[in-house]
Design a protein around this ligand. Sequence first.
Ligand SMILES: Nc1ncnc2c1ncn2[C@@H]1O[C@H](COP(=O)(O)OP(=O)(O)O)[C@@H](O)[C@H]1O
Ligand SMILES: [Mg+2]
Length: 275
Amino acid sequence: MDAVNIKDLVFSYDEQHDTIKGISFVIPKGSYTTIIGHNGSGKSTIAKLMIGLLEAKSGTIEILGQKLDESTVYSIRDHVGIVFQNPDNQFIGSTVADDIAFGLENHCVPQEKMQAIIEESAAKVNMINYLDSEPTKLSGGQKQRVAIAGILAIEPEIIIFDESTSMLDPQGKKSINEQIKKLHEKKNVTIISITHDMEEVAQSEHVIVLKDGKVAMSGKPMEIFDKEEALHEMKLDIPFALKFSKELKKEGIFDKNECTLEGVVEALCQLKQMN
Ligand SMILES: Nc1ncnc2c1ncn2[C@@H]1O[C@H](COP(=O)(O)OP(=O)(O)O)[C@@H](O)[C@H]1O
Ligand SMILES: [Mg+2]
């Protein structure tokens, strides 16, 4: 079964100009997909369409085999969690702990299990010391961490992250990416991550590239990174490690394309041993 199956989706904010211009794609259940694209390409709009916050002009969206419409939208939302791009306006609780608890209550988690889950998920995003803090008074990055904790606590079958680590420092980003990867690998959660972080794209299994409301290309990360020029035209970049390994290749030092720093280091170590 597919986690998401979108066919010929068209959406317009103003009836005159289409923001989503006939998009089709499939996201298999249990996969880790990243969605990339220039600012204004329609990524957040697609995310909102997928959870029924916006209504399509035409085309269909199926989530876990169920067609999204007025009668299914609430049952579908039980299975799909989203962390919005803007960390403001997504808090309901007056404290961090309350806010995470609210999501758990909505998913009928028994009261006696809540405290442990709240603490565990806050610890995963390094916010355990802020459980009594007021979410609105946190920094942007801290708000993003809390929003992520709220979703990690619920563990829905599908999670959509909309640039949800954009305000984190590099280490924070790395550690959250690791949590996401773990959730995907251990619990088979379908991850859909809208991101500008090419290191994260490299760790995903499938990439969808949006350009001006359409799918410009899709494929495995390496297939996408191969089209460096096309990406460049869309104001997108390739991971630093891949750039580095390509430069080494030009110098004749290297004959592989590696897109993680670990991969480059390992290959260089092997090379050193051979000489
Ligand atoms: N609420 C809205 N009303 C009208 N236009 C909008 C609204 N939200 C987004 N848009 C427009 O839709 C386009 C796609 O936006 P968005 O999906 O947010 O892009 P992305 O997330 O890829 O940066 C942009 O041109 C943006 O200006
Ligand atoms: Mg966006």
